[in-house]
Every structure is written in C-alpha cells, then in structure tokens.
Write a protein that binds this ligand. Structure first.
Ligand SMILES: [Zn+2]
Length: 156
C-alpha cells in the first residue's frame, strides 16, 4: 500500500484510540506504529539498490507507487521482518499481559497496518506469516503472487 494510505488508515485507528482512551499519547503511539512498521522495507530496498541515497530514493518513490508499479522492482529476497502476524500475536500477548495502554495503542496501530496490507496488497494471508516466508527462504519468486501469475502466463 502507498504510504499516504497508511497515514490515512493510521489516522482513523488513532482517532478511534483517542476516543476510547482520551489519551493523546496513546493516539500518537497508535498513529506512529501504524506507519513506522514500514521501516523494514529499508532492508529489502537497501539489499536491492544499496544502503545509500540511491536506495533511499528508490524506497521513497516506491512508497508512493501502487502495487502494479511496485512489481517492477526485481527483489530476489523479501524479508519484511516487521510485517509478521506472529510478531503481532506476541505483541498483543505482551501488551495485554502488561496492561499498558500505550503499548496496547501501539499494537492497535501495528495490527491495523498489517490488516490494511493484507487487504490492499492482495497477497495471500500466509505471506504475512514470518515462518512461511522463512520456510520459503524469503524468495520473492516463491512468495509473491505476481511472480506466480507471470510464470503461469509464460507457461501458456
Ligand atoms: Zn506495510
């Protein structure tokens, strides 16, 4: 999803969090976590284009592209360490166990981001399972639907 869509989504989640908690700090934690989860893209873009200004520029442009335009990046590996349903579950358990309103708010933003990615990026839900990606050796060819679609079209 585009970063602008995540900003809008995070604004909605943080507004709901504010209405439920009356805490600006909790709303801010929700808003920021819903956006900052995407910093893990730095690793994948850095590996592809270099950990330099050029790689950063590619990442910034890609954050404004739709999914079709993003398919031009030829990732060999896709890690996305923070895009993980398992991590979301661990964070929920921790936040609820600690009963910390700010941590719970941050996990709401994080989970909201994952849900929006699951809906908007049109990948299989299992793509967002870290262990599924690890089992496939983080191979973009094995993980991305668009690679499979292209392969099917090539075989026809
Ligand atoms: Zn994301």
């Amino acid at each position: 999803m585009k970063v602008s869509e995540h900003i809008l989504g995070s604004f909605v989640f943080s507004t709901i969090t504010y209405l439920a908690t009356k805490s600006l700090l909790a709303a801010a934690a929700c808003f920021l976590s819903g956006i900052l989860i995407d910093i893990d893209h730095i690793i994948d873009f850095g590996r592809l284009y270099g950990f330099n200004l050029y790689g950063l520029k590619k990442l910034v442009y890609a954050s404004q592209e739709d999914e079709k335009a993003k398919s031009k990046h030829n990732f060999k590996k896709i890690y996305l360490f923070l895009h993980s349903i398992e991590l979301a579950c661990l964070l929920w358990i921790t936040a609820l166990w600690l009963a910390n309103i700010y941590l719970i708010a941050a996990v709401i933003g994080y989970t909201g981001h994952l849900i929006l990615d699951c809906i908007g990026n049109r990948e299989d839900l299992k793509f967002y399972l870290f262990f599924y990606r690890a089992r496939n050796k983080f191979s973009a060819k094995k993980l991305f639907k668009r690679w499979r679609r292209k392969k099917m079209m090539d075989e026809d």
